[in-house]
Design a protein around this ligand. Structure first.
Ligand SMILES: [Fe+2]
Length: 385
């Protein structure tokens, strides 16, 4: 076994933990000039923006620049704009407050502010080699895991692009489940399926290891157990999902996402289908694919989840059945057609899916064109159970 990865220096998981931001700053020893990256609405309407400003003032931060232009699926343009401001204002600390888009925008800005140029110059396969501004991540959804990962996903010209380096792992993350009380349940469902995708895909990634298996299995188990009551608003169950999304993030931090993410990106870029929902539309078909191509891995996953069967078809059926149960509970579409994707998109979906080569090649059993066609064809029809 081998693995190599980076982790945050400070990781705080506590209800009301946001109040400890000043302590965090003094422990990290930075933050005279801080940029707070967030969306346009939630931070303001919830009162968290004022709270964060007060906390930063109490920590003696000299200047706080609010960058509240974050939108879903952050664009290179916004990141570049933020990077320029951060450089001009000599920002020395980034704080991302929000869902994955806010956290990824903060990371992207941290890259551009010190490295210069445009974030597009750092898209994979390019590497981020320079030291970036430190980032404190405060997630407000339960899916991305970005608070503990080395990735930022940035949209440009209709594609999702990855910026990755160990240096992009936030120096600190504050996971405060109280913020989830504000999360609309449809967003909770979408983001939970993103976390579920991270956990499941990681299990079939070429860099998976005993370490990532542990994170994956625990994340899947916790999401399966807590999803429905969390969806109904139970704060303790929502806290469990916040934890699950973090450890699913740890799984992909040491491995990565595979073909499900590669297939979902186009749906988000073209149809605006939320990222987690886009993944949910291919997840069952990927399990089915895995039952045929890597049955021993699927059986091992099931065994760790407490499903005692050595028949890969049976294992797949049980997991897919659970996924369908959760999707139905949250009223999520069960097929591409239900999600409003016309069958005329079939060829384009195949091409786009295959074009995310990293996601294809990092599968333990990389799918061929025919395999991808089959996954998509099945996704149009919906459930495989
Ligand atoms: Fe994701």
């Amino acid at each position: 076994m081998n693995f190599l990865g980076a982790l945050p220096r400070r990781l705080l998981f506590e209800r009301g933990g946001i109040e400890k931001l000043p302590e965090m700053l003094s422990e990290l020893g930075s933050g005279d000039r801080c940029m707070l990256v967030t969306g346009r609405k939630f931070a303001r309407s919830s009162g968290y923006l004022d709270k964060l400003k007060k906390l930063l003032a109490s920590a003696g931060v000299e200047k706080v620049i609010i960058f509240d232009k974050v939108e879903p699926n952050p664009s290179a343009k916004i990141v570049d704009e933020g990077g320029k401001i951060a450089a001009e204002q000599e920002v020395d600390l980034m704080i991302g407050f929000g869902g994955g888009s806010a956290l990824d925008t903060a990371k992207g800005i941290a890259v551009v502010a010190t490295g210069g140029g445009s974030i597009t110059e750092y898209f994979y396969p390019a590497e981020v080699k320079h030291p970036i501004l430190p980032v404190i991540a405060i997630p407000t959804t339960c899916g991305t895991g970005s608070e503990v990962t080395r990735y930022a996903v940035i949209s440009e010209a209709g594609r999702k692009n990855i910026v990755a380096s160990d240096g992009m792992v936030p120096v600190a993350a504050i996971l405060d489940a109280e913020v989830l009380n504000y999360l609309p349940r449809d967003i909770l469902a979408h983001t939970a399926f993103d976390a579920l995708s991270h956990a499941i895909e990681s299990y079939f990634h070429v860099k998976s290891s005993d370490l990532t298996y542990m994170f994956s299995v625990e994340a899947i188990r916790m999401i399966f157990t807590n999803f429905m009551q969390a969806y109904d608003g139970n704060p303790d169950r929502r806290e469990k999902l916040l934890y699950a999304s973090m450890i699913a993030g740890l799984a992909i931090n040491f491995s990565g996402a595979v073909i499900v993410h590669g297939l979902g990106y186009y749906l988000t870029e073209k149809y605006g289908i939320p990222h987690g929902l886009a993944n949910a539309l291919f997840l069952s078909q990927f399990i089915e694919y895995s039952s045929e191509k890597t049955p021993e891995i699927l059986i091992s996953l099931c065994g760790r989840l407490g499903i005692s069967s050595d028949d890969p078809g049976e294992c797949a059926k049980i997991i897919i059945g659970k996924l369908d149960e959760l999707r139905r509970y949250a009223g999520l579409p069960l097929s591409l057609l239900e999600a409003g994707v016309p069958e005329s998109e079939f060829e384009r979906l195949v091409e786009e899916g295959l074009s995310y080569r990293r996601n294809v090649e990092n599968c333990v059993a990389p799918p061929s064109r025919e395999d991808v066609e089959r996954i998509i064809r099945r996704a149009f029809g919906g459930s495989c159970a």
